[in-house]
Design a protein around this ligand. Sequence first.
Ligand SMILES: Nc1nc2c(ncn2[C@@H]2O[C@H](COP(=O)(O)OP(=O)(O)OP(=O)(O)O)[C@@H](O)[C@H]2O)c(=O)[nH]1
Ligand SMILES: [Mg+2]
Length: 394
Amino acid sequence: MASSGNRTREQHIAVFGGSGSGKTVLLSSFYGATQQEEYKQDHMFNVVADDTGQGTKLYQIYLQMKNAARTPRANRFSATAYSFSIKLKNWADAKATKNKPFDVLKLVWHDYPGEWFDSSVSGAEESQRRIDGFRSLLSSDVAVLLIDGQGLVDNAGHEERYLKALFNMYSNGLSSLQAGLLKDGKPLAKFPRIWVLALSKSDLLPDVEVAGFRDILIEKAAEDINELRSVLGDFAQVPEAMSVGEDFLLLSSAKFESDKIELDKRVGVELLLPLAAMLPFERHITWAKNIRNGGKVMESLIGHAGSMVAAAEMAATLLNKVKWPGPLGIVQSVLTNALSDGLLRDAVNLAEDQLKKINSDALAKHDYLAATLTKFQMDLNQAEKENIFLRSPK
Ligand SMILES: Nc1nc2c(ncn2[C@@H]2O[C@H](COP(=O)(O)OP(=O)(O)OP(=O)(O)O)[C@@H](O)[C@H]2O)c(=O)[nH]1
Ligand SMILES: [Mg+2]
């Protein structure tokens, strides 16, 4: 996450799922779509893979699916991070972004091999490799836990069989890594604090809306989700500042048929960028408010993770209200002022028409950053209306 002095805002997203649950296809579907002309025309930014070789490989997977109905091979024991720059089309127009705390957005996507959860670890070396791989995920802001639609279809009527096994796999897998990840058992300041539950391959369950998906999970696996929440809570400082299993999402990377894969029939894939960019911001403001009211110190969040600073920066960027005090501004005081101003809360509670207005004003001023961020909020709101996304009510 960026702080003052650094013009880049990086959001990390980690995608977890058992082997074959659709992680690699999802990543390729996400990236491949951004490389299409239509996408470039429809958006105020281009998505560019920072590592050209990685980008080429991902795009190849996309094209092979699209043109030859070929699916990717399973990842074997290697966790990989993919870094994408979200390049605003007027990035060269320095005037438009000069008063912004940041002007470059990056999305770092961590693809974690499902096998690491599925199979028990054999040997010290592999165990260490798994811990190292996991450590790189710890910088993520948002974790997406995939629930495989195929698993629900295969266990129709007895979904608990699949769900219990899945959540236990996550809980046990994480528990077993705990000793290796925590130094002297001390909880971490930086840890993914938002764990979204996502139904992958939702095209296999065409009648299930996001609320129905949530209901299946709660009805059949509430205890197991609570257990996972408690395991995750042991990893992080200020565990009150976490949302585990409060947000739900439907995903489908493509429509898979016997002889073709239709990559333009997708659900939820385009939401991952807005989700990674906006959810941490929104949630941190809620936590800050609640934890302050509880008389607790936010310092651990502010000091170590810089998340509140990031939230204040985001609010300033969105609302276009505050003049940012320059690269090495007194972040703490800006933050305090912003909070007492109610500015942060304003920024997350923008009504639809306010959002639209800020969005069109920003566009008129060629402030593509504010326009993009407001569009992200609008996309999330729209997804809620379309019953593919359910945001934590908190
Ligand atoms: N119907 C449907 N099938 C999908 C979808 N995404 C993936 N699949 C199927 O699931 C298979 C596995 O997907 P992958 O993305 O390779 O799975 P993974 O999670 O990366 O698996 P590992 O690499 O082993 O961890 C694909 O080969 C497709 O057949 C989807 O959105 N809808
Ligand atoms: Mg894979």
